[in-house]
Ligand binder design. Structure first.
Ligand code: PEP
Ligand code: MG
Length: 587
């Protein structure tokens, strides 16, 4: 018996390619972040000593509980909702122990007890009619997995500790948004995943954590083993397993160049995003958690153009209370110190974790009850959120933004619900602000095409290109195989944006772009030329867009935009952009 891991066979260098998702270069030892086998697959081992088996269970539960406690504490400093998940899991784990003991004393092994008791509990919960409760089944399965790992010593999907032996490269088939956020503040040099695309929600989080990342790397897991040296270049999409000496030299050199560029960009954070001929753009931050504000401010964000509030739910398994909403919004507003906060109402579904429940899966979630549709189906949950937004709006510059609006009826219905929530607060004598600005996200082609109608009743627009492109081109934003077809440069996408900008200008309302397109620096030039003046970006993109805009005249940008809008194909548009715009950091 030995606890030491077997020595890693030295293998030849392998080069894999994927989708570059988050820039930068990272080298480290591979950490395979794979789930342990499902508790359903746990082996039944007939126990000889039942009391000994009960002791094993308690020892394992103690280890699992300690892990959960440590996870909770490591996140608690930021007071985010994710920390609460682990707190809840620990309590649930304790609740299961008496039932597990009974099963063991009836003749089961500890593993088999976990398999039967926890899986039966999960199945029962999944059948519950209430979709929010039924979602808890996932948590129960998670607890079962953790306990099973603690019993068997199976390699866990553990995250690296702060004091891990040097930086690690997280390799996984996929990561959920709540798993991604747990990588915050750990010694993760880079991430590579087999699944995913650059606008999915795990990607959004990873970008905001500024960890280099490549997704959609086919054959990644099969090609790698734990502990191998790996180099991930998040800017080019290259993943190198067991890099040879020359590749290592390139990796180190690239890492140094990247760090130098970042430092010099950061030094410009106080400068305005202004063209050479004095035309100013406003750069805002997209955030998922209140603590993201800090990074945004550091990079010179002038406010928050998109707060994705569905992350208050992600992984927590239960919807936030009004006070939890208020606390999160207040925290973000406080960190903004006077700058504005645009709170987007819940955008559950499709690529985001959803309280829809697993008991009644939809055939096509991206075209299903997501977003505003979910809010209309759950008026109580929506009212809780609207009340919280109205309350915090009394304390600073807060705007509300509605995702996935497809028609004027939907905007009117949401406004009515907002007015009702305000009346309710007024009746209760609770301080609030009823006349806050109400914005519409333009992320369904129908909204872009009817932007002139929506502009009459919206206070501002925000163009969500991640979904707008997905729905316009019928390209699933989460499918790595379709990544080459996900093209912001498609003439249809450009026309929808142009139409939106024109309608907003006509009605005199402001437009922001909060989709990832705005952060891809070559497109920022095109968008500036098309008339966009507000960019809400993943914080890490802000410095690049600022530098790019400061290096051109509006006249140049306008000429380029005119040519791009006349081009007949995405290839032509991209060729024009490549010929005239040098991305920051290239060359
Ligand atoms: C978008 O669709 O472009 C957007 C910003 O919203 P999300 O990525 O959260 O769907
Ligand atoms: Mg969207």
């Amino acid at each position: 018996m030995t606890d030491a891991p077997p020595p890693q066979p030295r293998t030849a260098m392998q080069e894999l390619r994927g989708i570059p998702v988050s820039g930068g270069s990272g080298v480290g030892r591979a950490l395979l972040y794979e789930e342990a086998p499902d508790v359903r697959a746990a082996a039944a081992r007939p126990p000889r000593d039942l009391e000994g088996e009960v002791r094993r269970l308690h020892e394992a539960a103690e280890r699992a509980g300690a892990d959960l406690g440590a996870l909770h504490d490591s996140l608690a400093a930021s007071r985010d909702a994710v920390a609460q998940i682990f707190f809840a899991h620990r309590a649930m784990l304790t609740d299961f122990l008496p039932r597990l003991e009974v099963a063991i004393r009836a003749g089961s092994s500890a593993e088999h007890a976990v398999q039967t008791v926890i899986h039966a509990a999960a199945a029962k919960i999944a059948r519950v009619e209430d979709p929010i409760l039924s979602q808890r089944a996932k948590d129960v399965i998670d607890i079962g997995r953790r306990l099973h790992r603690a019993l068997t010593g199976a390699p866990a999907a553990t995250l690296p500790d702060d004091d891990a032996d040097g930086p690690v490269i997280v390799l996984a088939s996929d990561l959920s948004p709540s798993q991604a956020v747990q990588l915050r503040g750990r010694n993760v040099a880079a991430i590579a995943l087999e699944q995913g695309g650059h606008t999915g929600h795990a990607a959004v989080i990873i970008k905001s954590l500024e960890i280099p990342c490549v997704m959609g790397v086919q054959g990644l897991i099969e090609a790698s083993s734990p502990g191998q040296m790996v180099w991930v270049d998040g800017s080019s999409g290259q993943v190198v397993i067991e890099p040879d000496a020359a590749a290592m030299e390139r990796a180190v050199d690239l890492g140094l160049r990247y760090d130098r560029l970042e430092a010099s960009l950061l030094g410009e954070s106080h400068l305005p995003a202004e063209t050479i001929d004095g035309h100013r753009a406003t750069l805002l931050a997209n955030i998922e958690y209140p603590f993201d504000v800090e990074v945004g401010i550091e990079r010179g964000a002038e406010g928050v153009g998109l707060y994705r509030t569905e992350f208050l739910y992600a992984g927590a398994g239960q919807l936030p209370t009004e006070e939890q909403h208020v606390a999160a919004y207040r925290e973000a507003l406080g960190r903004l110190a006077g700058a504005h906060l645009t709170i987007r109402t819940f955008d559950f579904g499709a690529d985001k974790e959803s309280p829809l429940g697993t008991s009644d899966p939809e055939p096509n979630p991206a075209l299903g009850v997501r977003s505003l549709r979910w809010c209309f189906e759950h008026p109580d949950a929506f009212r809780v959120q609207l009340r919280a937004i109205l309350r915090v709006a009394a304390e600073g510059d807060v705007r509300v933004m509605l995702p996935m609006v497809a028609s004027l009826e939907e905007l009117r219905r949401a406004r009515r619900l907002l007015a009702e929530a305000a009346e309710e607060l007024a009746r209760e004598g609770v301080a609030h602000r009823a006349d806050l600005a109400v914005g519409v996200m333009i992320e369904i082609p129908a909204a872009a095409v009817t932007a002139d109608l929506l502009a009459r009743e919206a206070d501002f627009f925000s163009i969500g290109t991640n979904d707008l492109i997905q729905y316009d081109l019928a390209v699933d934003r989460m499918n790595p195989r379709l990544e080459p077809l996900f093209r912001p440069s498609h003439p249809s996408v450009l026309r929808l944006i142009e139409r939106t900008l024109e309608a907003a200008a006509e009605a005199g309302i402001p437009v922001t772009m909060c989709g990832e397109m705005g952060g891809q620096s070559i497109y920022a030039v095109l968008l500036m030329g098309m008339g966009l003046r507000q960019f809400s970006l993943t914080p890490g993109y802000i410095p690049r867009v600022r530098r790019l805009l400061r290096g051109l005249t509006l006249l140049e940008a306008r000429q380029l935009a005119g040519e791009c809008l006349r081009a007949a194909t995405a290839d032509e548009v991209e060729a024009l952009l490549r010929a005239r715009v040098t991305p920051v950091g290239a060359g």
